[in-house]
Design a protein around this ligand. Structure first.
Ligand code: BGC
Length: 750
């Protein structure tokens, strides 16, 4: 049989997306009615690309190529409905096209003919398509506080992902970063549920509603980012109140925005692996948040229910548990038993066929919405691959807007009348530190490879930080003292021997981390590496002023050496355009505007957040290195006269309008992010010191004074009460922008 959808591949179909829902439902029902239990179990199975390539999973033969026998077995015999990932490293678009076409042609030969839904982690641009546009990782995107830009960036990424032949992206990460040790901190939009929600919604819309839409995947639902140990996939204990207050809102917002798919948290919360937690996966996600899309497991996580978590006796027991909890598709991804055992469970009556029908309907729904029945899942023509030049500007802009100037206090040794930044004059500049000359360091994990460490898959021609610094300041001014992560005292001695304030205007020291993700990034401490601290100390001792540039995705503590640096810049993981962004900020060609989307701890075990509790302020309790929202520019803006335009009282449901006056004390135009916090003075649950209530960006020309207004809905000033339900309590509320404060009274029934 040629496959049910041969005719769709030739162009005859109901137009997707524009069709009334009922015709989509009718179409899916008609497909479903033709499927056997084995077809359905296959649809619910996702394997990694390695499983259809020549070689073994994890050891695919180079050059990577499809293995016809494996393809036949996986797609025709087992009827597998989804494939993910690369088989170890990125490919050029041509090779992606070969893979996707090969896979879809074979899928068309299985009795159902249903195309494969291909998924990938394109988390900061086209991470696995070589030569693609790579922008900042999510933490840097959050530092822009620019949701319009982030939406555009996601839209562009979708264009390249889809042009590579892939309709499904495992992005965005909506975990809220509350622990700096966690090795996926940099994959998040930071610590504030509101900022994470806004950024998440923008990214989902960018992926799903742009000119080349792909399906987004919200991950990792829910409670993944706060394991007690700080280590990946270790137990989290999250009371339901905290779950609902901090970790759930971004998922709720993105579900409401229409996200097509959700990926499950690999960890356990409160002693229950989330893959087996019906309360989280069905009661909350489906019944409460109203999610109608597809839920996919994370990597091997159904199997881990009996291999790691020890809550199931065997694989079959684990599958039964996970499907009953609410999972639709298993990211298996390297065994062929899953569909066989799932079908057996249905035949034995342990799982009702109606239950798997629900899942298959959702899977087919995503395939339908992505037009797979129309195109047969075939990649679009290569000649239509988007012109990179059209997409680069947004990634470069995002990198620029992310760079966050956290300190600028020192003075030039040679030009004492000038601030240390921007670097003026014409003296020599020493560039050193382990992240100074590495494109991999700028990009982080999920770049070319999973861990992002292999330079072989870097985008050809993109510069490292020192290369851009040379381009901006001129070769002659720059001396590079190259270091790797393991440098020692002898390397430091060699650097300081050649250094004196008479000959060197300043040292730009690149600190930070090399790429990692998941458990490979687990750490025993978040203190900055000793050798990097020694380097700063030694350079400081020479009298040469230091500009520290931190390239990394989690805030390593460095309070011993922070006073020794005259300026300090957080660059996050700014991607392929990050080098130029850093150089442009150093030179002053760009006036920095990034704002820290998390609280940078001063000590390794004192990571609090902006929304900590009043008891945490006792003594030196809250004493971060840099507060949430920190960020300077080359034109300081003074904020005064906070006024509540809507008056001193508000009724439940009202929107409050707040105004502040901004005065640019410098001569340069600057982008100011006005951040408004709310404070519930007294509440039935201990209130936070501050909650992020609203924010707005405004350009203030040099020397100008302007007013900005921000709106806050009283509906957003609630808390999760003793009954774990959302409530808004009347009483006094404070509002704060920097040191400007005001109060109002919220009146009305609860
Ligand atoms: C990660 C996910 C990722 C998946 C597929 C897992 O190990 O936790 O974030 O989407 O692999 O690559």
């Amino acid at each position: 049989m040629a496959g049910l959808f041969g005719l769709f591949a030739t162009g005859c179909t109901v137009p997707p997306n524009t069709a009334p829902v009922s015709s989509k439902d009718a179409f899916i029902d008609s497909v479903l009615s033709t499927l056997t239990i084995e077809d359905k179990a296959g649809e619910m199975t996702q394997l990694t690309l390695d499983m259809v390539c020549v070689g073994k999973p994890g050891k695919v033969e180079e050059p990577h190529r499809l293995d016809p026998d494996k393809l036949e077995h996986v797609l025709v015999d087992l009827k597998v409905g989804s494939i993910l990932n690369c088989a170890g490293h990125a490919y050029p678009p041509e090779q992606w096209h070969e893979f996707i076409s090969g896979i879809q042609s074979k899928a068309a030969e299985k009795p159902s003919g249903i195309p494969v839904l291909y998924g990938i982690d394109a988390i900061h641009g086209t991470t696995y398509t070589t030569g693609g546009v790579l922008g900042p990782q999510q933490l840097g995107l959050a530092a822009t506080w620019d949701t319009t830009l982030v939406r555009k960036f996601a839209e562009n990424a979708a264009q390249e992902v889809l042009a590579s032949g892939i309709p499904w992206n495992f992005s965005p990460v909506l975990d809220v970063a509350r622990d700096a040790r966690w090795p996926r901190f940099w994959e998040t939009f930071g610590e504030a549920p509101k900022l994470v929600s806004d950024m998440g919604v923008s990214m989902v819309k960018g992926y799903q509603e742009g000119p080349s839409p792909i399906a987004a995947c919200l991950k990792h639902y829910v409670g993944y980012s706060r394991p007690l140990s700080g280590k990946d996939r270790t137990p989290a204990w999250i009371p339901e109140r905290q779950l609902r207050e901090i970790f759930l809102p971004p998922f709720a917002a993105a579900v409401k925005a229409g996200a097509a798919t959700v990926m499950v948290n690999s960890g356990e919360t409160n002693g229950i692996p989330v893959h087996a937690d019906r309360h989280i996966l069905t009661d909350i996600l489906r019944d409460e948040l109203g999610f109608k899309g597809l839920v996919v497991s994370d990597w091997e996580d159904i199997r881990y229910l009996f291999k790691r978590h020890m809550v199931a006796t065997d694989y079959k027991d684990a599958i039964e548990m996970a499907i009953h909890a609410g999972i639709d598709m298993s990211m298996v991804p390297t065994d062929t038993l899953f569909p066989v055992l799932l079908a057996e469970l249905v035949h034995e009556g342990r799982i009702a066929e109606s239950r798997i029908d629900e899942s298959v309907r959702r899977i087919l729904g995503v395939k339908y919405d992505r037009s797979l029945f129309e195109t047969g899942g075939m990649p679009p023509a290569l000649v239509d691959y988007p012109d990179k030049v059209r997409l680069e500007g947004t990634a470069a802009r995002a990198a620029l807007e992310s760079i966050t100037l956290l300190k600028n206090e020192g003075q030039h040794a040679i030009y004492p009348d000038q601030p240390i930044l921007p670097i003026g004059g014409s003296g020599r500049i020493l560039v050193t530190g382990p992240t100074a000359n590495s494109l991999n360091a700028l990009n982080g994990g999920w770049t070319g490879t999973w861990q992002g460490r292999n330079p072989k898959y870097n985008t050809p021609g993109r510069p490292t930080a020192v290369e851009s610094i040379r381009a901006v300041f001129g070769e002659d001014r720059i001396a590079l003292a190259e270091l790797d992560m393991e440098f020692g005292q002898a390397d430091i001695d060699a650097i300081v021997r050649s250094l004196s304030p008479r000959t060197t205007q300043c040292a730009v020291v690149f600190l930070g981390e090399m790429p990692y993700t998941e458990f490979m990034g687990n750490v025993e401490t978040i203190e900055l590496f000793q050798n990097q601290q020694d380097l700063v100390r030694a350079i400081h001792a020479t009298g040469v002023p230091i500009i520290g540039v931190y390239v990394g995705g989690r805030p390593r503590t460095h309070h011993h050496i922070e006073p020794l640096m005259d300026a300090f810049i957080m660059a996050y993981l700014p991607g392929d355009y990050g080098a130029r962004a850093i150089a442009d900020v150093l030179s002053g060609d760009f006036n920095p505007s990034g704002r820290l989307p998390f609280t940078w701890p001063r000590h390794p075990s004192s990571h609090l957040t902006h929304d900590c509790k009043h008891t945490e302020l006792n003594g030196d309790g809250f004493n971060p290195q840099y507060t949430f929202g920190s960020g300077l520019s080359y034109s300081p803006v003074q904020t005064t006269e906070l006024k509540i335009l809507t008056g001193e009282t508000a009724n439940m449901g009202d929107t409050i309008t707040v105004e502040v006056t901004l005065e640019n004390k410098g001569i340069r135009s600057t982008t100011e992010t006005v951040i408004l916090y709310s404070q519930d003075r007294v509440a039935s649950i201990t209130p936070s010191v501050d909650e992020l209530a609203a924010y707005k960006q405004v350009v203030v020309p040099g020397g100008a004074t302007t007013t900005v207004s921000l709106d806050v809905s009283t509906r957003e000033l609630g808390l999760i009460g003793r009954d774990n339900a959302y409530r808004i309590e009347p009483g006094t509320f404070g509002l704060r922008v920097k040191d400007q404060t005001a109060e109002f009274e919220l009146i009305g029934p609860q």
